[in-house]
Design a protein around this ligand. Structure first.
Ligand code: NAD
Length: 297
């Protein structure tokens, strides 16, 4: 007898499908749905039970997990089909990366409709989703932690409980704002180093063991050579696409506005990545070093 919670899983895209497959392989019964029929077909081919509407995915399940592109998709689906279809006290586990204010609005709607809510955005990308090694930043009530953790552990290796509703999205937006800024800083440092006659390796050897050390240098180094696994070594194939960084920085800009925070670097990073992503949406975000080098930003 399977005593695992039944999960309505909505959003079977780049991230959602591999996450759903990991839950299925771990023995969870899913009711999976996507508005794109081909995505539903891919899930069915992996042996996952699929349904034909969002409402059906939310009916008679213990957890409704969503992995959508934006907060507006989440709010629309919650209002139009998911919240009314779910039985009382269903846990709405929202894993998309969305605006903090919209995450809090979605949680309030769920609670108002008699359900429970948590936000659990992820980092780790498609590779992490496939390998089941995502990091989840969790905004949830203490009382729901045990049930949520059991499910998230199937899809990830690290779960950080950041606080109540919206705290997961808040942590994600702060981290990714810093990541955008640090990649721009790393890019400027390597381009300046080139012009001062330094080899990439020499500068890497210094920064990676000195006070400029950061993930943008030691793991995702924007120049080829020093870190063989960084996207720079494969012509900046992502990795983490510039379009996604631009999206996350636009969420940061929104959060800065809502909180009246005067963040010069975060605001500038949002502008620069938005410009870079116009022509390089699918390029790894570290490819912005090429725009720094040619002065096109
Ligand atoms: P995606 O566009 O590939 O997938 C989203 C899916 O949601 C699509 O298949 C879409 O059809 C479906 N969808 C939209 N509205 C729906 C609805 N009402 N009902 C059912 N399905 C619906 O996006 P993705 O790359 O899988 O990313 C999903 C989320 O995860 C985004 O918020 C993204 O910012 C975040 N994220 C992505 C990555 C990454 O590397 N791709 C990394 C971390 C976080």
């Amino acid at each position: 007898m399977n005593d695992k919670p039944v999960i309505g899983f909505l959003g079977l895209g780049h991230m959602g499908l591999p996450m759903a497959i990991n839950l299925h392989k771990a023995g969870y019964v899913l009711k999976a749905f996507d508005v794109v029929p081909e995505a539903v077909q891919r899930a069915a081919s992996a042996g996952i039970e699929t349904v034909t509407t969002g409402a059906a995915a939310a009916t008679d399940v213990d957890i409704v997990l969503t992995m959508f592109p934006t907060g507006q998709h989440v709010l629309d689906a919650y209002r139009e089909s998911l919240l009314p279809a779910a039985r009382p006290d269903t846990l709405f586990l929202e894993c998309s990366t969305i605006d903090v204010a919209q995450a809090r609005e979605a949680a309030a709607l769920a609670v108002e409709a008699g359900h429970r809510s948590a936000d659990a955005p992820v980092s780790g990308g498609v590779v992490g989703a496939e390998a089941g090694t995502l990091t989840f930043m969790l905004g949830a009530d203490e009382a729901d932690l045990a049930q949520i953790t059991e499910v998230l552990e199937v899809m990830g290796k690290r779960i950080v409980h950041c606080g109540g509703h919206g705290a997961g999205q808040a942590a994600k937006v702060c981290n990714n704002m810093l990541l955008g800024i640090s990649m721009l800083g790393a890019s400027e440092a390597f381009v300046l180093g080139e012009r001062l006659g330094l080899s990439h390796q020499a500068l890497f050897d210094v920064i990676s063991s000195a006070s400029g050390q950061c993930w943008s240098v030691t793991t995702n180094c924007p120049v080829p050579g020093p870190v063989p696994t960084s996207p720079a070594n494969r012509d900046y194939q992502p990795g983490f696409a510039a379009a996604l960084m631009a999206k996350d920085l636009s969420l940061a800009t929104s959060a800065l506005g809502h909180t009246d925070t005067d963040a010069h670097l975060g605001t500038l990073a949002a502008q620069l990545f938005s410009k870079f992503a116009q022509d390089h949406a699918g390029t790894d975000f570290s490819g912005i070093i090429n725009a720094v080098r040619d002065g096109s930003l």
